[in-house]
Design a binder for this molecule. Sequence first.
Ligand code: ADP
Ligand code: GLC
Length: 511
Amino acid sequence: MDSTSSSNSVAGGALRVLFVASECAPYAKCGGLGDVVASLPKALRQLGADARVVLPLYAGIDREQFGLHPAGPLAVMVGTGERFSCEVWEATAPGGVPVAFIAHESFFGRAGIYNDPGGEGYSDNAERFGLLCFAAMALCEARGFAPDIAHVHDWPTAILPALLTVRRPAAFAHTRTVLTIHNEAYQGYSPASALPFLGLPSSFFVPDVLEAYGQLDLLKGGIVLADAVTTVSPTYAREILAEPAACGLAAQLAARARDPARFRGILNGADYDIWNPAADPALPAAFDLPDPDPGKLACKLDLQRALGLAPAASTPLYGIVCRLTPQKGMALLIDLLDPLLAEMRLQLALLGNGDPDLENAFRDAAHRHPHAIAAHIGYSDALAHRIQAGSDFFLMPSLFEPCGLAQLYALRYGTLPIVHATGGLADTIEQYDETTGDGTGFKFDNPAPCALHDAIGWANSTYFDRPAHFAAMRRRAMARRFDWATAARHYLDLYRTLLVPPATTPRPLAP
Ligand code: ADP
Ligand code: GLC
């Protein structure tokens, strides 16, 4: 065993890390959470930890395409004492990460991960993801895998620390829990009637633990009860200590932040095995440093043709790939589109889906300006890669952004991000300096249409008037790295902190 792996071992064996999550690319992904749960365990394994993932087997996961194989039945006891008959399927994810899928037809055999086709959250999400947590515990018990760390993500699995407080299976006797908050804005409000299913006593249903506005607040329970809480960038870790970013949980988060060893902002990484313009199967041409321009231009012309935009090498092309939710700040852009096109030469290629009003607003704009605006409403991994590669600038005017991965991918593809300086966008993009030509993108402070307008104007004038700066920024952006190994080392450091004997580390509130 080399020195790296031995330093990530417990009592001679590898550090065992169990990820319990609702998304993991390529199997199930709505946004960046899926990317993180794919990449972080892989990076942890590369550093010698035994990281594994447990995920629901959603109806949308293609078992054949992803090489899943059945691994037997699993009886899962929930809080009421009722036994659920689940099936386990297994696969090995890229990087050798073992992934176990929990199949239960009535809970997971649905079209959506969180929502029905109308966009309404399933009313039994607390039970669905509660079952996932119980199943993860039962599976570890059955397989003799005793996790040192159970790492849970966002509201869907934030309930696991609470479940362990009430009933600790033998395999979890020494397990410490880590909750990563990827987005404070989603807290998993659920009916209190889910408490018996979860096996939680009514003493948990108080504002200091799980109650908010008469409902269960699953994320809050995790924030209060996990052994450590992390979020996905240093700036967001500061922002969520106060409202409005805390979304009502400033008091709980500030309480956790009093112990900085157990409350950390760890910047996400980008998976450069997947986001690599030199070897990207979705692209018509490869490109990389030191001379990215010819390949990047081929990608741009191909994208313009594919989306019905006027094929114009010298018209700056702005790309957008995002969930169309209020978070992403697209409302700032909508009313700017007509004036921008009247004032400046530019094109826009958007890929996104979500809010029907935003979807329609972009469709309408594309109808008004068919040669300058393309709006692909939907979800497409391949098109996401092509937009990242073929665009000159990447727009991410998010009102808030815990980390953001899309801007990291844009950097690697030489597509200069234009971002609101918030959360991880503030941490990862270096402001353009017009006097020196330094920087990797364009940041604005005030999330208002006029500030976005000015930032786009600044980017456009840099493209036309300071081409040497633009070219140097593109190369600088492509050379930046936000690798997962760095993030994984921070997580390992945190995990090790938690493994010190509990006598010196009092738990937070336990009802
Ligand atoms: P968030 O997690 O808030 O959605 P991130 O920037 O962290 O934001 O991650 C977004 C991820 O989801 C990226 O991998 C991006 O390419 C992908 N993505 C978002 N919307 C779409 C879409 N409509 N089609 C394909 N990929 C998408
Ligand atoms: C969330 C956030 C995003 C972050 C992603 C992965 O969806 O909105 O900023 O990058 O999770 O952590």
